[in-house]
Design a protein around this ligand. Structure first.
Ligand SMILES: NC(=O)c1ccc[n+]([C@@H]2O[C@H](COP(=O)([O-])OP(=O)(O)OC[C@H]3O[C@@H](n4cnc5c(N)ncnc54)[C@H](O)[C@@H]3O)[C@@H](O)[C@H]2O)c1
Length: 330
C-alpha cells in the first residue's frame, strides 16, 4: 500500500466538510465520479482507494491529481487490517464502493477470484465502515443481479436471479451490505445500474472493444446471435445519478439507475461501423462483423424501471448519438 497525493501525510487534515472514500477510483465509472466530486465539491476531501488492477489507470485522473482535496491510496479492499487502518486514519464520512472485478467473460474463467474480490472484499469494507460509524455507505451494484427478462420490467423489489458468476458475486455482496441495514440500521444504499459507456472504459467491454477493433481494421466479434439487447447510459449521466444518491439516497433503499434506451449488440456493431467506417452499405457492414460462440449464459434483456431515481430528480440527459460520438473520438 502507498499514499500518493501531493506529499500529504496520512491522517485527515482539518477543514473539509466531508471525507469521501471512493473505492476503485482508477477504474472507468469511479474515475468520472471522482473528477466531478473533486471539481464540484472543493470542501469535500476525496480519497481514492484502488489496487491498480489491469483495467485501472491513474491517467483517468490526471486533471485533478494535484488538487488539495484529492488523495490517492494504493491498496486492496480484501486486506482487513489495512482497511481498518484506513478508516481509523482517514476519518471517512461517506463511502462510494465501486471496486470490483467487472468483466463477465472473465468471470466464467476466474469465478472464485470474482467471489473473493466482489463478495469478501465488499464484506471487509462494509464491516470496517460500520465499525468506523460511517454516515453513508453506497454500494454500486448492477442490473445483472435481476437475470434476464424478455418483457417484465424489473423494479427494486424484483427477485435477484443472477445467471453468471459476475452477477452472482454482485448479488451476494448486496446481501451482505443489506444485512448491515437489517441488523444494525447501518445506513447503506444500493444502486443497480444499466451498462455504462464513455471515455476511459477498458477495451474488454463491448463498446470500447468494438471501437478499438474497427479502428485497427478488425471485425466486431459478436457473441451468439447478437440479438441480446442492452440499455446504455452515458458516463456523465451516471455521475449525476451517483451525486444524486450521495445527496438524497435514503438509508436502506435500493435504486435502479436505468434508461429506456436499449439496443441489440448486432445493432450496436452496425452503428459503430457506420460511425467509424463511414459506410451505410449493408454488404460492406457485414464484412466488419464476425459471429463467435456465445457465452455459457447470455441474458436477453435487463429492462428496468427507474422511477425511484426519477423521484429524487434524476433522469438521463445525454442522447446516444452525442454520447457515442464523444466516446468514439476519445
Ligand atoms: N461498467 C458498467 O457498465 C457497470 C454497470 C453496472 C454496474 N457497474 C459496477 O460499477 C463498478 C465499477 O465498474 P467499472 O466498469 O467502472 O469497473 P472497472 O473494471 O473499470 O474498474 C474497477 C476498479 O476496481 C479496482 N479494483 C479491483 N479490485 C480491487 C481491490 N481488490 N481493491 C481495490 N481496488 C480494486 C480496479 O483496479 C479498477 O480500478 C463495479 O462495481 C461494477 O460492478 C458497472
Amino acid at each position: 500500500m502507498s499514499a500518493a497525493a501531493g506529499g500529504e501525510a496520512p491522517g485527515p487534515p482539518s477543514g473539509f466538510a466531508k471525507r469521501v472514500l471512493v473505492t476503485g477510483g482508477a477504474g472507468f465509472i469511479a474515475s468520472h465520479v471522482i473528477v466531478s466530486l473533486v471539481e464540484d465539491y472543493p470542501d469535500y476531501m476525496i480519497i481514492n482507494l484502488d489496487k491498480l488492477d489491469y483495467c485501472a489507470s491513474l491517467k483517468n485522473l490526471e486533471t485533478i491529481s494535484n488538487k488539495q482535496n484529492y488523495k490517492f491510496i494504493e491498496g486492496d479492499i480484501c486486506e482487513p487490517h489495512f482497511i481498518k487502518w484506513l478508516f481509523e486514519t482517514e476519518k471517512v464520512d461517506i463511502v462510494l464502493h465501486f471496486a470490483a472485478q467487472t468483466h463477465v467473460d472473465l468471470s466464467f474463467v476466474h469465478a472464485l477470484e470474482f467471489t473473493y474480490v466482489n463478495v469478501y472484499g465488499t464484506h471487509v469494507l462494509v464491516s470496517a465502515a460500520y465499525e468506523a460509524r460511517v454516515e453513508k455507505f453506497i454500494y454500486v451494484s448492477t442490473d445483472e443481479v435481476y437475470g434476464g427478462s424478455l418483457d417484465e420490467e424489473f423494479d427494486e423489489s424484483s427477485p435477484k436471479q443472477p445467471t453468471n458468476p459476475y452477477a452472482s458475486s454482485k448479488a451476494a455482496a448486496e446481501c451482505f451490505v443489506q444485512s448491515y441495514w437489517e441488523q444494525y440500521k447501518f445506513p447503506v444504499v444500493i444502486t443497480r445500474s444499466s451498462n455504462v459507456y464513455g471515455p476511459h472504459q477498458y477495451p474488454e467491454k463491448v463498446i470500447p472493444k468494438f471501437i478499438s477493433l474497427l479502428q485497427h481494421n478488425r471485425k466486431c466479434c459478436i457473441h451468439g446471435s447478437g440479438l441480446q439487447k442492452r440499455n446504455f447510459l452515458y458516463a456523465a449521466d451516471v455521475v449525476e445519478a451517483f451525486l444524486t444518491v450521495l445527496k438524497k439516497g435514503k438509508p436502506g433503499e435500493i435504486y435502479n439507475i436505468g434508461t429506456n434506451f436499449e439496443m441489440s449488440i448486432a445493432q450496436l456493431a452496425k452503428e459503430l461501423i457506420q460511425l467509424i467506417k463511414e459506410t451505410n452499405s449493408e454488404s460492406e457492414m457485414e464484412n466488419w462483423v464476425d459471429y463467435v460462440d456465445d457465452r455459457p449464459s447470455n441474458d436477453m434483456r435487463y429492462p428496468m424501471k427507474s422511477e425511484k431515481m426519477h423521484g429524487l430528480g434524476w433522469r438521463p440527459k445525454v442522447p446516444w448519438k452525442e454520447g457515442i460520438k464523444k466516446t468514439s473520438m476519445f
